[in-house]
Design a protein around this ligand. Structure first.
Ligand SMILES: Cc1cc2nc3c(=O)[nH]c(=O)nc-3n(C[C@H](O)[C@H](O)[C@H](O)COP(=O)(O)OP(=O)(O)OC[C@H]3O[C@@H](n4cnc5c(N)ncnc54)[C@H](O)[C@@H]3O)c2cc1C
Length: 424
């Protein structure tokens, strides 16, 4: 019997919960890999599945109306159930409970993404930036002269502030940490981004805690009825407040299912993206996986992980034999961010013990980079307006090639040429 025939007999129905990047890429990959059976994609939102990175870029800027994936679900033979939230899971009976019914499955892929963290008591009038509806609502208030306060100088906060300023708003960004991007990068690197805010005409207040947001405050005049309460007791009046303080895995609906979560609430997948339940896989922002490459469990909230992970989950969901080392998911994570007119890209994963090597001078105009070395081997790279560095650096990291520090620090030398020659 061919493998395809064998899959047909053993796996007749695959259900994917979550119709974002990871979910859509999973169903596309399943068909690309020849899966002939029933395929159901369940999404909580009513919109046709769409891509999120454009939300904080082209959609917010008004350069695009939507960011729908160009996938013909009918042609692909995918039953798309929109506006139907998964609400529970019975792994014994292999039933996914969704609003309005139950879906039996032979294989289930969890791809429910992440949901934004909110401030305590955050009013509904504060803006988030996670969904298409969020982006459209926020766009409506980004008028010239509008006073916009962005809470959080992370990736989303930086992109929202960039667009708000481009659209002529008066923008203040509040960050609890002493530097921007403190959750993702060491302070000495985040510090190099501080000037980007000032150059763009944005006020960045670091080491500034936010206690809450008050909406409909009668003490405030005119339309501006929102005040941000700072932990030092002062207030900041705004026309709109955008909260970008992180996201957590959307896994609350799995309570009671027995699916193991890690200590961050992400589905604790194994190296093959299998969950603790037979026949159930997890991928994208909702999951974490062990990385042998980085000797730690990774939780990657970035687009490329949703794409690459989906392909691996699809392959492994179809495989009936024992999974081996070839099917392990152990990527060099990658992401990009467009902020303050710059393309910021990062590949790899760095830890506190890794050595930081600057590539070029962040203060000197033009692009620059930062390389993290473990011994002489690069494990991560940040590239600002240096896409070629990113492409070459990512390959060096993937191959674990030791580099010569002097060459690697010199931006006039191509990164690939910094590999130590005797080891090529
Ligand atoms: C504004 C914004 C900008 C971004 N920009 C970048 C960028 O520039 N570069 C980059 O690398 N990454 C970026 N990202 C991150 C990237 O978009 C995410 O990592 C990626 O979308 C993750 O895909 P996912 O499918 O795992 O999760 P999601 O995209 O969150 O999709 C999950 C889907 O599941 C649905 N869902 C949730 N719970 C349930 C349930 N119980 N039942 C059914 N459906 C459910 C959700 O409604 C959602 O549609 C950005 C994210 C945002 C929000």
């Amino acid at each position: 019997m061919s493998e395809r025939e064998s899959v047909r007999q053993n796996v007749q129905r695959i259900v994917v919960a979550g119709a974002g990047m990871a979910g859509v890429q999973t169903v596309v990959a399943l068909r690309e890999q020849g899966y002939p059976g029933e395929l159901v994609l369940v999404g909580a939102e009513h919109h046709p599945p769409y891509d999120r990175p454009p939300l904080s870029k082209d959609i917010l800027l008004g350069r695009a109306e939507h960011s729908r994936f160009e996938v013909d679900y009918t042609e692909l033979g995918v039953e798309l159930l929109l506006g139907r939230r998964a609400v529970g899971l019975d792994t014994e009976r292999r039933l996914l409970h969704i609003e309005g019914g139950d879906l039996p499955y032979d294989r289930l892929v969890l791809a429910t993404g992440a949901t934004p963290v909110v401030l305590p008591g955050q009013p509904a009038s504060a803006y988030l930036l996670r969904t298409h509806d969020d982006a459209v609502a926020l766009k409506g208030v980004l008028r010239p002269g509008a006073r916009i306060v962005v809470v959080g100088a992370g990736w989303i906060g930086a992109e929202a502030a960039t667009v708000a300023r481009l659209l002529g708003c008066e923008v203040t960004v509040l960050e609890a940490a002493p530097v921007p991007l403190a959750g993702a990068l060491p302070a000495e690197v985040g510090e190099r981004m501080r000037d980007w805010y000032a150059e763009a005409g944005i006020e960045l207040r670091t080491s500034t805690g936010v206690g809450g947001v008050v909406a409909g405050d009668e003490r405030l005049e005119g339309d501006a009825r929102t005040a941000v309460l700072l932990t030092d007791g002062s207030e900041l009046v705004a026309d709109a407040v955008v909260v970008g303080i992180g996201a957590r895995p959307d896994t609350g609906w799995l309570d009671g299912s027995g699916i193991a979560l890690d200590d961050t609430g992400a589905v604790a997948a194994d190296a093959w993206l299998r969950t603790s339940a037979e026949g159930v896989f997890a991928v994208g922002d909702c999951a974490s996986f062990p990385s042998a490459r980085y000797r730690t469990r990774l939780r990657v909230h970035h687009w490329d992980n949703a794409l690459q992970g989906a392909r691996v989950a699809a392959t492994n969901a179809l495989r009936l034999e024992e999974l081996g080392p070839e099917q392990v998911y152990d990527p060099v994570p990658y992401f990009w961010s467009e902020q303050f007119g710059r393309m910021v890209q990062y590949a790899g994963h760095h830890g506190a013990g890794d050595e930081l090597l600057w590539r070029g001078d962040p203060a000197g105009g033009g692009g620059w980079g930062a390389l993290w070395l473990r011994g002489d081997v690069p494990v991560a790279l940040l590239a600002v307006d240096r896409p070629r560095d990113l492409a070459q650096g990512r390959r060096l990291i993937e191959r674990g090639r030791p580099v010569d520090r002097v060459s690697a620090a010199d931006p006039s030398v191509q990164l690939k040429a910094a590999v130590r020659p005797e080891l090529c």
